[in-house]
Ligand binder design. Structure first.
Ligand SMILES: O=C(O)[C@H](O)[C@@H](O)[C@H](O)[C@H](O)COP(=O)(O)O
Length: 241
């Protein structure tokens, strides 16, 4: 496992660095196997990243060879303001005119359980029956140390299958559909995008506190190439940086 901390003074620099990373990885993947598969994060942090990719990288990434997935989704209609798909549609897919056949939205209209099974079937199809191995998984970090929808003290934290699961999350009073940690960890590259002082405590827990995955689920993320993209405020409680 290779982990790298990329710490920048401002969120603008963090976003620029991750956008460069995205572009570099997409070029490598497309050169080596003709496509780039990326699982996007939900929440608010990625909005500015998407907007940057859709503007400054419009012409430098072969978008017609990029395939989009979601590391987690809320159990709401895809037209709902809380939908991770809708956020990506508005900030990335529509501005770039992405072919809908390259976008794998979680079909929440099926109901959470069936949507998770359906999504797993799509992953099996896309990865030709092999264990899904994304070129890049982008993750955010909640201030309670969750990532994707791997929330503290939930059953999915001990699920050792590389799969997509649906579960009710009491903390947010809704069903969520989420990649398990093993599915995320199968990825060639994983990038945490975390900025703002509000995340400093969680970053410290994840990177420097003793392992306690029930309290700090993002500690489960241990991929082959794991990179953190942080601003100084989010990294401010780290002792070793
Ligand atoms: O569906 C989601 O909400 C995300 O996948 C979740 O894991 C998010 O990344 C964190 O909650 C951070 O969210 P912010 O970026 O809004 O702080």
């Amino acid at each position: 496992m290779n982990m790298k901390l990329n710490i920048y003074q401002t969120d603008t620099e963090v976003l620029a660095a991750l956008a460069r990373h995205f572009a570099d990885l997409s070029k490598q993947a497309i050169e080596s196997n003709g496509r780039f598969s990326v699982a996007l994060s939900g929440g608010s942090s990625p909005k500015k990243l998407h907007e940057l990719l859709a503007s400054e990288y419009r012409d430098s990434i072969e978008w017609d060879k990029v395939y989009f997935f979601f590391g987690d989704e809320r159990d709401v209609p895809l037209t709902d303001a809380q939908s991770n798909y809708l956020m990506a549609k508005q900030t990335l897919f529509d501005p770039l005119g992405i072919d809908p056949s390259h976008i794998y939205a979680v079909q929440t209209a099926l109901g959470a359980e069936e949507a998770a099974k359906d999504y797993t079937r799509h992953l099996i199809g896309f990865f030709d029956g092999h264990n899904a191995c994304f070129d890049l998984v982008i993750l955010g970090l909640g201030d309670n140390s969750h990532t994707a929808s791997l929330f503290p003290h939930t059953s999915v934290l001990t699920d050792d299958s590389a799969s997509v699961q649906a579960l009710y999350i009491d903390e947010v009073k809704m069903n969520r559909i989420t990649f398990t940690a093993p599915l995320i960890n199968n990825a060639h590259h994983i990038a945490f995008l975390v900025y703002g002082a509000g995340k400093a405590e969680a970053v410290k827990h994840i990177l420097e506190d003793p392992t306690d995955i029930q309290e700090y689920p993002a500690q489960l993320i241990q991929g082959a190439d794991l990179q953190w993209f942080l601003d100084e405020p989010a990294a401010s409680k780290l002792e070793n940086k």
